[in-house]
Design a protein around this ligand. Structure first.
Ligand code: NAD
Ligand code: DAU
Length: 354
């Protein structure tokens, strides 16, 4: 029987995955107050959760997870008994250019949040939960064979993944040292609506619409294991309700793609939808300078979550890509809103000046 939490704090709920998680929790827990705490960095956007405004069990708070005083006041006022922690700096390329903010938010911020949980939960740690959302990148890079499993040793290779790995270690250390009741899940690459167009799939969709080159790093041979974001949100809900304390769950869709094959498939589906009479989109594919230290392959063995919790993804890749392309086509206003001056500067620096 899952524990009832009157107040649930979700961090990073104005971001890509967080917005889907907040929406699912608001709908699934009508008797709980869902508090969405987000700093609203360049990646956070209240338009991602605009449909939730005015719902009686939903509340948004703009705050930085590094700001202990504000967290303290929030815990004093709302007394959340469960935290689902997604707030993070999340883009690998940005971490290569500017690692410090990743250390600040992903490591210090996560620690501040746990400190505040312990302070307010005190000795009474029963029926409490700190659920930390992490990534498969903490396990490093695979060769052509093998899979990441819960017991795979950590071997992060980018500033982003190293900062997430450090956070995971700290969560386990707080569990071991102070008894913090925690769960960690590590997921593979997500795609779907509301993803910021710095990540491969939405960046390519935006470029397809504007007939700009589709930049594929290196030879496009790197492999990622893709999961539709709503399937990830459902996995998080399942783990939140039924996961075992102190456990780690790996989440993935058994869905590996070489980048070049994925971008080709995206072009084919885009051409089938054919929104503006565009065709031959594959001609836009352009190989560009590789990402430094580019991990070759990620692949998850999701046996534990499948067998223990009965979770499986519902969305096939073609269906997920079609829905994603259609969403971006239907939400050009959203896209224009996030493709600001700052985004144009980033794009120029990343793709045109190197
Ligand atoms: P995102 O970049 O889209 O969103 C991150 C959110 O966190 C934004 O709303 C941002 O404003 C907020 N945020 C950043 N710094 C903050 C701070 N200091 N205080 C409060 N809020 C802050 O990220 P995403 O892709 O939705 O990823 C969410 C989480 O899931 C991250 O922890 C990420 O590591 C993890 N994850 C992502 C993927 C993926 O494919 N995107 C896969 C596995 C795990
Ligand atoms: O595996 C989970 C991780 O997936 C998450 O933890 C990260 O937050 C998320 O950003 C994602 O990391 P990746 O680096 O795998 O995602 P990205 O979309 O940036 O890149 C996917 C692949 O495509 C990767 O091999 C790099 C490549 N790529 C990316 C971009 C932006 C290109 O070839 N061209 C591009 O322009």
């Amino acid at each position: 029987m899952p524990t009832h939490h009157s107040n649930i704090l979700i961090t990073g709920g104005a971001g890509f995955i967080g917005s889907h998680v907040v929406r699912l929790f608001v709908h699934n827990f009508p008797e709980s107050q869902i508090i969405n705490l987000d700093k609203l960095t360049y990646a956070g956007n209240l338009a991602n959760v605009a449909d939730l405004e005015g719902k009686p069990n939903y509340l948004f708070v703009q705050a930085d997870i590094c700001d202990a005083q504000t967290l303290d006041a929030l815990f004093e006022r709302w007394k959340p008994t469960a935290v689902v922690h997604l707030a993070a700096e999340s883009h690998v390329d940005r971490s290569i250019h500017e690692p410090n903010v990743f250390l600040q938010t992903n490591i210090i911020g996560t620690t501040q949040l746990m400190n505040v949980c312990l302070k307010h939960w005190g000795e009474n740690l029963s029926n409490k939960l700190f659920y930390h959302i992490s990534t498969d990148e903490v396990y490093g890079s695979l060769g052509p064979e093998g899979y990441f499993r819960e017991e795979t040793p950590y071997a992060p290779q980018s500033p982003y993944s190293a900062s997430k790995a450090a956070a995971d270690h700290l969560v386990r250390a707080f569990g071991n040292t102070y008894g913090l009741p925690f769960i960690i899940s590590n997921c593979s690459n997500n795609y779907g609506p509301y993803q910021f167009p710095e990540k491969l799939i939405p960046l390519c969709i935006n470029n397809l619409v504007h007939r700009r080159p589709l930049p594929v790093y290196g030879k496009g041979e790197n492999i990622r294991d893709w999961l539709y974001v709503e399937d990830h949100a459902e996995a998080i809900l399942t783990i939140f309700q039924h996961g075992r304390l102190g456990h780690t769950y790996l989440i993935g869709g058994r869905n590996e793609w070489r980048n070049i094959d994925l971008v080709r498939r995206l072009c084919q589906i885009y051409d089938t939808i054919n929104p503006f009479g565009h065709r031959d989109s594959e001609k836009l594919i352009t190989f560009v300078k590789d990402r430094p230290g580019h991990d070759l392959r990620y692949a998850i063995d999701p046996t534990k979550i499948e067998q223990e919790l009965g979770w499986k993804p519902r969305t096939t890749m073609d269906d997920g890509l079609r829905r994603t392309i259609q969403w971006y086509l239907d939400n050009q206003k959203w896209l224009q809103g996030v493709v600001s001056c700052a985004y144009r500067d980033y794009y120029r620096q990343m793709y045109e000046e190197r």
